[in-house]
Design a binder for this molecule. Structure first.
Ligand code: HEM
Length: 411
């Protein structure tokens, strides 16, 4: 194996084993530290693999912002013509340059700051409804009863989708997450993903046709009408980007809520500080930093990129370890500690950076802030009763599938 870093082959093997072993989804941090320890400037190029692993905050940030680092290359070259690929290809996430700017501009025109700010009352009302339904005297699963339905209902409401289909939408977003980051590639799962992709395409295509003929309130009608220099989203672009909003708006936030609570259960002083000041302005960003619901991002270099001390050649596959960057000790001292007073939490890369910076960041921050303020205010005695909850088999969109808690009631 050729390493630009000078690390020995056995050391690299050991680090990659730590990164990829089956238990790593539960605790990826030792693997990240193993890779970081072999890196120079936060970068570990493995030229024989045509890959580079990036753990450093500065290097991640520079690569995310580099126009030479492309998002769409892997998908453009993906073999086969499946419904899953047909669903992914028109998503803005997998376009670069002018094609990306056009798609993003059309969606952003409908996803305005005013539209997002208007969701505050909805989020508060949904929280009040969901939290009131939780039992005070027995154990309850906070994923099924809060973290999954809350973001799903918010984004469904914004898109103008009917509430009757909630269970189906949650299943679909799970399939998109499994497709984008799942470790399981069994024929059974791939068959389910393909069937769901077919259903999603048919559902959103019919709906878009309906909305073009007869607009109704909601983001989807606005998307159907959004124009850029006289150009509109095609039918495929509209349906794929609606699915992207649904999936991105749901899976990430629904992983952050239990992920944040699990971390807080291990750091009781931080929970006590939150109870003392539930509206602390740093809560969303410090939780985003510590949890990093998107642990990995990926790019392909269309041209060589120079970073301090190393030039990465064109064609390299770039593994951006966002979860490692968010715990880079050079930027975030005592990186594993939740510290609401940290002056630079907002420098996290949980929403990435550059052209693909999360379009829903302000909505996500709003949901996180409101959720943790409501939990800390209403349930200061909240206890996580299963300290080792099961994780989904998805190292990229990392999160638990259940989180058992006892609310202990308001004090
Ligand atoms: C993009 C994270 C919530 C919509 C991204 C990216 C990340 C991210 C890392 C960049 C992906 C890349 O570079 O390839 C998160 C996290 C969230 C969250 C951690 C919550 C905790 C949301 C919400 C929405 C949303 C609530 C919308 C309702 C999008 C969209 C993109 C995106 C549309 C694609 C942007 C583009 O390609 O230009 N998100 N996201 N996200 N996110 Fe989020």
């Amino acid at each position: 194996m050729t390493q630009a870093s000078g690390a020995s082959a056995p050391a690299v093997q050991a680090a990659l084993q730590a990164l990829w072993h089956p238990g790593a989804v539960r605790d990826p941090y030792p693997g990240y530290e193993a890779v970081r320890s072999l890196s120079s400037g936060g970068v570990l190029p493995l030229l024989e693999w045509n890959a580079v692993f990036v753990t450093g905050h500065a290097a991640n940030s520079a690569l995310l912002r580099s126009p030479a680092a492309r998002s769409g290359a892997w998908l453009a070259g993906a073999p086969g013509d499946t419904d899953a690929l047909r669903l992914l290809k028109p998503m803005m996430l997998f376009h670069d340059g002018a094609a990306h700017a056009r798609l993003r501009g059309l969606v952003q025109a409908a996803f305005t700051p005013r539209v997002v700010a208007e969701q505050r009352e909805l989020v508060r009302a949904l929280l009040a409804e969901l939290l009131s339904a939780l039992p005070n005297d027995t154990e309850t699963d906070l994923v099924a009863n809060l973290a999954a339905p809350l973001p799903a209902r918010v984004i469904m409401h914004m898109l103008g989708l009917g509430g009757d289909d909630e269970a189906r939408f949650i299943r679909w977003t799970q399939s998109v997450a499994d497709l984008l980051g799942g470790a399981d590639r069994s024929p059974e799962l791939m068959g389910r993903i393909e069937a769901d992709a077919r259903e999603m395409r048919a559902y959103f295509r019919d709906l878009a046709d309906e909305l073009r003929a007869q607009p109704r309130p909601g983001l989807l009608s606005a998307l159907a009408a959004a124009e850029d220099g006289g150009e509109r989203l095609s039918s495929d672009e509209l349906l794929s980007n609606a699915v992207l909003l649904l999936a991105a708006g749901h899976e990430t936030t629904s992983n952050l809520i239990p992920g944040g609570l699990l971390e807080l259960s291990r750091q009781p002083a931080a929970w006590a500080a939150l109870v003392a000041q539930p509206e602390h302005p740093n809560v969303a960003d410090e939780l985003l930093r510590i949890v990093s619901p998107v642990q990995y991002d990926g790019r392909t270099l269309a041209e060589p990129v120079s970073l301090p001390g190393v030039t990465l050649p064109a064609g390299l596959h770039v593994q951006l370890l966002l979860g490692a960057a968010n715990r880079d000790p050079e930027v975030f001292p005592e990186p594993g500690c939740i510290n609401w007073e940290r002056p630079n939490s907002a420098r996290h890369l949980a929403f990435a950076a550059g052209a693909h910076y999360c379009l829903g960041a302000s909505l996500a921050r709003l949901e996180i802030r409101e959720t943790f303020a409501a939990l800390a205010t209403r349930f200061p005695g909240l206890t996580v009763t299963d300290p080792n909850p099961p994780f989904k088999a998805n190292p990229v969109l990392r999160g638990v599938s259940t989180l058992k808690v006892h609310l202990n009631g308001p004090v």
